[in-house]
Design a protein around this ligand. Structure first.
Ligand code: ATP
Ligand code: MG
Length: 366
């Protein structure tokens, strides 16, 4: 699937924007503060019902206040369009798909699978486990139908265990949630391992394309408890600590994926640019695996890519993004920095003071 039309109303400096992206490469260019990131933010809102820049949606309301709206058509592989919409008003966000109100964000997420790359995304290598866990779980969620159910079961049981830990004298191992917790943890663990096994060869492929040959990249999955024991044993061992602090320290909710090169943390011997390239390889692998497993496109939103990448790497990256066959929406202040692959299905949009105009994409950049 791909986003075939987008209509934005009153979002930040975008008073009213209508565009028709192509199913492959879309380049959004314009001066600083023209509204490029806001346009990506609109697409992100359409697929996630939240912003990647602000946790308070009222901040996104344009000068007229009175809420904002993003409406889009998503065209599937068989050509059938489906409408999606989000509407923020009076402090509440409303989601719709094919004219029906949605109550679960997961329903929106499934319909418009998005990957977002910002100038900060390389921090996935250095920040805590949460970012890496979320990154992997995005893929697992989209390719394993039962992952969401296992995830919900696990978190329900985890909340019950935590509540029980906090109530003095009430904690009884073997309570009704205990089996749920272990079963769901086992499923989540299995899905993640399975996913990573398929993910690694793709990551290796993209790392070979973007980084020097000596970069022998590997992933070390840390399930959220010590690997020399079962989850049940780990929970039994951490019981005292869990009681003391009132929450569960071990489990899939604490999992991590260590990204290593030559057996050492990758970020330790990567330059700034190489960290960005490795991060891009992670996202390319994710999008390529999504496509291989679901036979669907996802959308990659790429905000301000060229920073820190040299001409040759920018060119290679644009080629790889095109090669994997997903829909790409990339922003830049200077369109000449972005190489459009030969014969590519591409469209350019110029953003100026919150207005977006479609341009001819035939004049290639570098
Ligand atoms: N709620 C709002 N209402 C109106 N304008 C806003 C609002 N929030 C932010 N803006 C303004 O919208 C403009 C566009 O911001 P945006 O971040 O989209 O620019 P950009 O094109 O990505 O710029 P850059 O190249 O610097 O990243 C800015 O001038 C910003 O101050
Ligand atoms: Mg920006």
């Amino acid at each position: 699937m791909s986003l075939s039309s987008l209509h934005i109303k009153n979002l930040r400096n975008l008073a009213e924007v209508r565009i028709e992206p192509v199913s492959r490469l879309n380049i959004i260019y314009g001066a600083n503060a023209s509204g490029k990131t806001s346009l990506l933010e609109a697409i992100y809102l359409l697929g996630r019902a939240k912003s990647f820049r602000s946790s308070h949606l009222h901040i996104l309301e344009g000068s007229g206040k009175g809420g904002f709206m993003v409406f889009g058509q998503v065209t599937g592989e068989m050509g059938q369009p489906q409408s999606l919409g989000i509407h923020y008003e009076g402090g509440k966000i409303h989601m719709r798909a094919a004219g029906q109100a949605l109550t679960q964000t997961a329903e929106l997420v499934k319909r418009l699978p998005l990957l977002l790359i910002t100038p900060d995304s390389h921090k996935i290598l250095t920040l805590g486990p949460r970012q890496r866990r979320r990154f992997i779980d995005w893929g697992v969620f989209h390719v394993e139908h039962d992952f969401m159910t296992a995830w919900r079961r696990y978190h329900r049981a985890l909340r019950q265990r935590n509540a029980s830990l906090r109530a003095p004298g009430r904690f009884v191992p073997g309570e009704v949630w205990d089996n749920e917790l272990h079963e769901a943890a086992g499923q989540i663990d299995h899905f993640r391992r399975d996913y990573l096994q398929q993910f690694l060869p793709l990551l290796t492929y993209f790392v070979e394309k973007l980084l020097p040959a000596r970069w022998d990249v590997s992933l070390r999955y840390l399930p959220g408890w010590a690997q020399d024991m079962t989850f049940r044993e780990a929970l039994a061992r951490s019981l005292e600590r869990d009681r003391l602090l009132g929450y569960t320290h071990k489990g899939p909710h604490r999992a991590d994926v260590a990204i290593e090169a030559g057996g050492k943390p990758a970020q330790e011997h990567a330059s700034g640019g190489q960290q960005k390239l490795l991060m891009c390889a992670l996202y390319l692998a994710q999008a390529a695996l999504f496509k291989a497993r679901t036979q669907r496109q996802c959308v990659i939103l790429l905000d301000d890519l060229p920073a820190e990448l040299d001409t040759a790497h920018r060119r290679k990256l644009m080629e790889l993004l095109y090669e994997i066959g997903v829909q790409v929406v990339v922003t830049t202040t200077d369109k000449d920095l972005l190489h459009i692959p030969q014969g590519a299905e591409a469209r350019m949009f110029h953003v100026e003071h919150g207005a977006v105009i479609e341009q001819d994409a035939t004049q290639n950049g570098v």
